[in-house]
Structure formats: structure tokens, C-alpha cells
Design a protein around this ligand. Structure first.
Ligand code: AMP
Length: 437
């Protein structure tokens, strides 16, 4: 399947080629023809599947195919997203894919200057990408006219509901013209989402980018059993020894994120943090520094990291295990994307074992428990498997580039996969002897 076979116009095909994409991702091949045909869509797709292009490309095409003279404040396509980072990113995608067929677009989100966004809106925009709260502020000020809306997209709908946006979303939907095409993208489909889709979508086509509630197969999952008090030391050690090169590290609380960031900085790690207490400008700067490789570790809380798009992210580290198994799926959706493999490492303490079981239940499989010599001393029941685990014949481990086996388990030396993920043995902590030599 090629992008041109999907029926996209030459201007869009050129922008796709400029972006370096050869073939559509599965969600793109399925969703683009549906949206071009004018149908409502319900898509199960998480970050990393190419979902943004799956709705932006056909919407751009359809808006272009029927240009209209409108009042400058009349918006034709509205994309609702949960976070400011995602608003910025989706709007950037509109610019990227629309670069040879430009339409005016604006991102509106909280925590940034309202007058600036008002000015941009007043200059006119056919496509608005918005977080629900800020959008309603603008609606009540009379700064947006919904009368000409033809497309509504709810992106990361499950996360918007988790963040408490359901009332705002219902209000917004109530203000839109009923004659419109609606698309809903969600990584998971809890009951609240199913209720919303019934209300929102009219005879929708459905597309599932990944099996329900499963995690992308490009990601290798590893659990390291570590006592809480040794997590920071373990992470510094993994970084210092090149086991972890460039990582997005999830921490549960803002305070915890700040503390870890300061500790890692003291350990000499180039680190930055994003969380809700940091100014928008600081969050953008941290993300840019991380993307440019100026910092190697980005410490983030769940909400702040939601949907951020980082190309070829080799590692996601769960410094704290999420309390909801679905959040685990969201978190690791940031690695192992677009043909690049990645590793999701979870540092799991005794108290977190019940959450690990929930995650394994949702994924439908056990996550291998590894030990880092000198790091994991705590011998709980899950630690009994040796660190020198051999791959089972025919298992995914056996067919991949070596997993996290200790060096003594085979002749393979540490190697790097195409994504830069280092494979091979764990290095013992300073002053400790490796269990296997
Ligand atoms: P998304 O799931 O929309 O956040 O996209 C994830 C990443 O995949 C983004 O960095 C896109 O630029 C990239 N991407 C989207 N579609 C393709 C494609 N067909 N081929 C290669 N990369 C893509």
C-alpha cells in the first residue's frame, strides 16, 4: 500500500515525501480512505501509530477540495486534545502535511497568553487544535464561531476523560452544527468512551491500530526489582553504564519529578523535567533540549508527558509504576514507534507488585524480571528467575537482538540495535561484583 493508492492529492503526497515517510502505517491505510469518503470514525490508536497523519491528511484534503468564503472567525475543523504539548504538536503536523496546500491553523491551549491566541484566531483559521478548557474560554468571549464546523476530531479521547474534560467536551459538542463528520481516536475504550462514541458518532467505521489494550510489539518490556530507596542509584547506574542512553522517565508526582531531576543532575546526568508546575516556556524548552540531545533524560509526570512526540525514543523508564495499567500502555506508547525498537524499563519495588500484576493482566503476558548485579538485592518471589535467563527457542527474545541477558549467558557482546538500544549485560554498581563474573 502506498500513500498515492490511498487517494491523496499530489500536494499532500509531496509533503509526505518531504517528511520522509515511505509507506502508510496501518492506521493510516485504514483510516484515510474512510475519512476521505466522509464517514465518521472510531479508531483505537495510541501515540506512535501515526494516528495524527491519519486524521490530518484526509481533513486537509477535504477542506481543500471544497474551499469556501467564510467569515474569518469561522472555523471548519476542530481538533480537541488533552494537553498543550499535544495541541502544539498536532498543529505542527497540520503545518507539516499542509505545507504545499496551506490552510490557516491555530493551536489554543491553557497556560499561554490568551491575547496572543485571540489575535491569531482573529486573523482567521480554518483548523483549530485546542484543549477543551481554553477553547471554552474563547467561546464564551465570542472569539470563535462554530457555525461552519465540518470536522470534529477527539484525539486521545480516553485521556481527555481521565483529565476531567467530559463536561467541557459535552458542552463543546452541543455547540457544533449537527451536520459534521466526527472522528474519535483513543488508545483504550473504557465504558465512558463507549458512551461518548454513541452520542458523538453517526454509524462510525471502526479501525483498530493495535489489538485492544495491547502494547506495541516493537517494545521490549523489562522489570527490574529495586527497593524504593535504591531506585535513584539504579537509574544513575544504568545511565552511567550506557544501558540507558536517552530516556523519558516517568515519575508519579511533581515533587518526586523535581527531586529525581535534582538528584540525577548531582550525579552528573544531563537532565530536564516537565510537569504541571513548570511554566509553559520551561516545558517547551525542556522538550526541545531533549529532542536536540542536549539533555539525555527527560523526567516527566504522566499528564505533562501525555502525547508528546519524540522520534525514535529508545527508552521509557517507569521510575514509579503507574497505578493504572492503562497508563502503562500510554506511557510505553512513546517508544518502539515507526519501525524503531525500544525498551520499557520499570523499576518495581515490593509495594508496587500488585500494580505490576494488573499491567501483566492487561497485556496478557508476564514481563520478564531482570536483575542488575549489585543493584537488586531484594529477593522477593519474583526475583527467583536467574539474571542469565536463556531465551526460549522460537520466543520473541530468541529472535531479537539479545534482550538483557547477562554476558555469561552467551557469546554475544553488548551491541546496539538500530535504535541505539544497548543490548547485553548489566554492569555492576561500583564496588560490587557482578553475579556472573
Ligand atoms: P503519531 O502516532 O501521530 O504521534 O506519530 C508518531 C510518529 O510517527 C511521528 O513522529 C510521525 O512523524 C511518524 N510517522 C507518522 N506516519 C508515518 C509514516 N507513514 N512513516 C513513518 N513515520 C511516520
Amino acid at each position: 500500500m502506498t500513500f498515492s493508492e490511498l487517494g491523496l492529492r499530489p500536494e499532500l503526497l509531496r509533503a509526505i515525501a518531504d517528511a520522509g515517510y515511505d509507506t502508510p502505517t496501518p492506521v493510516q491505510s485504514e483510516a484515510i480512505p474512510i475519512v476521505l469518503a466522509g464517514r465518521d470514525l472510531m479508531a483505537g490508536a495510541q501515540t506512535g501509530t501515526g494516528k495524527t497523519a491519519a486524521f490530518v491528511l484526509p481533513i486537509l484534503q477535504r477542506l481543500h477540495a471544497s474551499p469556501v468564503e467564510l467569515d474569518r472567525r469561522a472555523v471548519r475543523a476542530l481538533v480537541l486534545v488533552p494537553t498543550r504539548e499535544l495541541a502544539i504538536q498536532v498543529e505542527e503536523s497540520v503545518q507539516t502535511y499542509g505545507k504545499h496546500a496551506p490552510l490557516r491553523s491555530v493551536a489554543v491551549y491553557g497556560g499561554a497568553s490568551l491575547p496572543d491566541q485571540l489575535r491569531e484566531l482573529e486573523a482567521g483559521a480554518e483548523i483549530v487544535v485546542a484543549t477543551p478548557g481554553r477553547l471554552l474560554d474563547l467561546v464564551w468571549r465570542g472569539s470563535i464561531d462554530f457555525g461552519a464546523i465540518e470536522f470534529l476530531v477527539l484525539d486521545e479521547a480516553d485521556r481527555m476523560l481521565d483529565m476531567g474534560f467530559i463536561d467541557d467536551i459535552s458542552t463543546i459538542i452541543g455547540l457544533l452544527p449537527p451536520e459534521r463528520q466526527s472522528l474519535l481516536f483513543s488508545a483504550t475504550f473504557p465504558e465512558a468512551i463507549r458512551r461518548l462514541t454513541k452520542k458523538l458518532l453517526n454509524d462510525p467505521a471502526t479501525v483498530q491500530a493495535t489489538p485492544p489494550n495491547s502494547t506495541t510489539t516493537l517494545v521490549e518490556h523489562v522489570v527490574l526489582r529495586v527497593e524504593d530507596s535504591r531506585k535513584r542509584e539504579t537509574l544513575s547506574h544504568l545511565i552511567a553504564n550506557g544501558h540507558v542512553t536517552s530516556a523519558l522517565v516517568f515519575v508519579r508526582t511533581k515533587h518526586g519529578a523535581d527531586r529525581l531531576t535534582n538528584q540525577l543532575a548531582r550525579d552528573g546526568v544531563r537532565v530536564a523535567a516537565i510537569h504541571g508546575d513548570r511554566a509553559q516556556s520551561q516545558r517547551i524548552a525542556a522538550l526541545e533540549d531533549f529532542k536536540a540531545g542536549r539533555v539525555h533524560v527527560l523526567v516527566a509526570t504522566e499528564v505533562a508527558a501525555r502525547g508528546i512526540d519524540i522520534d525514535a525514543l529508545p527508552y521509557v523508564v517507569n521510575y514509579d509504576l503507574p497505578r493504572s495499567a492503562e497508563d502503562y500502555v500510554h506511557r510505553i506508547g512513546r517508544t518502539g514507534r515507526a519501525g524503531v525498537d525500544g525498551v520499557a524499563i520499570s523499576l518495581v519495588s515490593e509495594l508496587e507488585l500488585p500494580y505490576l500484576r494488573d499491567i501483566e493482566r492487561l497485556m496478557g503476558r508476564a514481563i520478564p524480571v531482570e536483575t542488575v548485579p549489585g543493584v537488586v538485592r531484594h529477593a522477593g518471589p519474583r526475583d527467583e528467575r536467574p539474571a542469565t535467563r536463556s531465551p526460549r527457542p522460537g520466543s520473541r527474545d530468541a529472535s531479537r537482538s539479545g534482550g538483557f541477558r547477562a554476558r555469561s549467558s552467551g557469546s554475544r557482546q553488548p551491541s546496539r540495535s538500530p535504535s541505539g538500544v544497548r543490548r547485553g549485560s548489566w554492569t555492576p554498581l561500583p564496588g560490587e561484583r557482578a553475579a556472573n563474573g
